[in-house]
Design a protein around this ligand. Structure first.
Ligand SMILES: Cc1ncc(COP(=O)(O)O)c(C=O)c1O
Length: 324
């Protein structure tokens, strides 16, 4: 193990402060949101990036001579960029055209090299292309490390210990947990931790139309953060009771409702989850259950998409023409 790097990552971990759990006022639910958007790089991915890299440093897989290479649609890359910079380790993100413009700008400012895949793969997404580019780069770089966020169980552990530990510490009872799924790391860690503390809790996985995670047909998606062109291996570690699939149009509406009703300026996956909560409890008439979800990232990177009325009108008008 590289002792210098270990001290650096421990220092980074000491600064990774717990995030707040806030109450959102609704008559029908006791609704709580954990503000993962308050993490250092702005998303829940700071937790998985930290745990994955820390364990790789512990195992001697990352030293000061290593280049980290990873495929990401945005947030995991931002988290790794911040972490690797503070460790003094080079990081090459492999991104695609669905990345938000502000996220891409930030990555280009903080990493010496950014790789962008521009052609969709057979599933209509970019994941296959991004992973192929990661493999090419690794073949050319002498000492590289690939976190492999799609199957690295350290991501699950990170969310179990950090995100999940803080959530159950803040809420003595949780009846329902709603989690958006991409790599499955968040839902795997959180579902295990929440069910360990509340054995009757119902875990609802939320996905977006066009994603193949829960067996739906692949289709072009426009908003990064949620959904995937593959069924990620980490999902096998998740304890899921129900699945809700939301359209991208409803995802956008979920974001706008969160902002209008609760003043929460959140990214797409959070809007998707909020839309799923609304749909799930539409005809519920019992005593208000305790419902928890994450604010996985901030709305800022989505100003030119979800929060731009012209983008919304153009994107979803085109879609109607194509599918009719
Ligand atoms: C904003 C946001 N929400 C949700 C997710 C899904 O989390 P996971 O990949 O752990 O399933 C991601 C993943 O990148 C994300 O960036």
């Amino acid at each position: 193990m590289d002792e210098v790097l270990w001290r650096r990552i421990e220092a980074f971990g000491d600064r990774l402060a717990p995030t707040d759990v806030a109450r959102l006022h609704r008559d029908d639910l006791e609704l709580f949101v954990k503000m993962e958007s308050a993490n250092p790089s702005g998303s829940a991915k700071d937790r998985s990036a930290f745990w994955i890299v820390r364990e790789a440093v512990r195992r001697g897989e990352i030293t000061r001579g290593t280049t980290v290479v990873e495929s990401s649609s945005g947030n995991f890359a931002l988290a790794l960029a911040k972490l690797c910079r503070s460790l003094g380790v080079p990081f090459v993100p492999v991104i695609d055209p669905t990345v938000n413009t502000p996220t891409e700008r930030l990555l280009r400012e903080s990493c010496t090299r950014v790789e962008k895949v521009d052609r969709p793969d057979d599933a209509g997404g970019y994941l296959g292309g991004r992973l192929a580019r990661v493999a090419e780069l690794r073949a050319r770089i002498a000492d590289s490390y690939w976190p492999d966020q799609y199957s690295n169980t350290d991501a699950v552990r990170g969310h179990y210990e950090l995100t999940g530990g803080e959530l159950v510490g803040a809420l003595p009872r949780i009846d329902y947990l709603f989690v958006g799924v991409g790599t499955g790391g968040t839902i795997a860690g959180l579902s295990r931790r929440v069910k360990a503390a509340n054995q009757d809790a119902t875990v609802v996985a939320v996905d977006v139309e066009g994603s193949v995670i829960f067996g739906g047909p692949p289709r072009r998606r426009h908003i990064p953060g949620i959904g995937s062109g593959i069924r990620p291996a980490l999902l096998d570690h998740a304890l899921i009771d129900e699945v809700l699939v939301v359209s991208e149009r409803d995802e956008v509406d979920g974001c706008h409702t969160l902002l209008r009703d609760h003043g929460l300026f959140a990214g797409g996956s959070t809007g998707c989850v909020y839309a799923a909560v609304g749909r799930y409890f539409e005809s519920y008439r019992g005593p208000p259950p305790v419902v928890a979800f994450l604010c996985s990232d901030r709305g800022d990177p989505y100003r030119n998409t979800i929060y731009d009325p012209n983008w919304v009108a153009t994107t979803f008008a085109q879609k109607r023409v194509r599918t009719s």
